[in-house]
Design a binder for this molecule. Sequence first.
Ligand SMILES: [Ca+2]
Ligand SMILES: [Ca+2]
Length: 379
Amino acid sequence: MRVAHVLLTAALTTALGSGPALAAPAEAGPARFPAEVNGGAWPSGHVQGMALDRKKGFMYFSFTNLLVKTDLKGNPVGSVTGFTGHLGDLDFNEKDGRVYGSLEYKDAKAFYIAIFDVDRITSLDMNAEGSDVVTAVYLKDVVDDYAADMNGDGVFDGNVANTPDHRYGCSGIDGVAFGPEFGRRGGQQKLTVAYGVYANTTRTDNDHQVLLQYDIRDWRAYERPLTQSQPHTAGPDQAAGKYFVRTGNTTYGVQNLEYDKRSGTWLMAVYKGVKPQFPNYSLFVVDGSARPVEGPIEGQPKPERGLLLPLLDQGLRHDETGIRGWESGGQYGLVSLDDGRFYLAKDGKIADGGVTKQTGVAQLHRWTGQTPTPFERIQ
Ligand SMILES: [Ca+2]
Ligand SMILES: [Ca+2]
């Protein structure tokens, strides 16, 4: 009897001991995930995204023109340098053990998913073009929308926000995340890529987040080494799905996209928009099990229909538009541990002997869902 009692007590303690996060313990054990992982200080652009390999215990930080690999104590293991474009958000693909990130060359009208063979990242300053670490897959859908001459004057105005060009206001891509096909919680894993969207208050066709879903199982055929001076165009003709989420215009669209397996939701961290008729939240969440519904994409110059995804019916609510969201960090990096905990990146700068260096630190948080701010720091 005594043994049974002890076992029962242990089971209850495990089940109830420290709140809802324990309901789904992290597969590799919570102790492996420290309160902070320091990505270091680098003469680079600011921190843009993070990805975590939980099995092998590495964190990856994108610093715009530099990828850094650290162990979970924050010791640098290696880095990839020499990007002349913009490396944005990252995600780790548990199926092939590689890191995927958005990579933009706006002047060349070339947009890619960069794929990092991260096991080969073993030293600092490995070259993005010459070291066999990076391949790239070209995203034609993005190029077509980015380069669209929307006012039909025969001129594409290029990388500027103050223009009617760029379909849906597309400035390129940023947020990337792996997760199931929309509307199917246990569905086929796809790579979801979110558009960047220019802030522009004078047009009405830029009030949606645009999410492309790709089936990447046949992408090996498209992968090519990076050739930055002559960008290649090998990639799929079209995404498997294109989806629209009405959030109101934001400044550069989804900065960080993340799928949270525990809740079955997609988190979109954005830089706030500036249109006064919208609430301009900084975090929007999509319910991944909600079925996409075909309907009008509001605000387009010619009536247009597409697959619309609803925002999760939680958080702050803007009465005039019905838009829901939160005020939150996560724009510089957002990683779900799928047990209620997330790493959010904190960005910063330090002066180091006359050189300004950019810093990025992954900080552990717990999702509370509270308004206005839904994350609470775990120290
Ligand atoms: Ca034009
Ligand atoms: Ca991401």
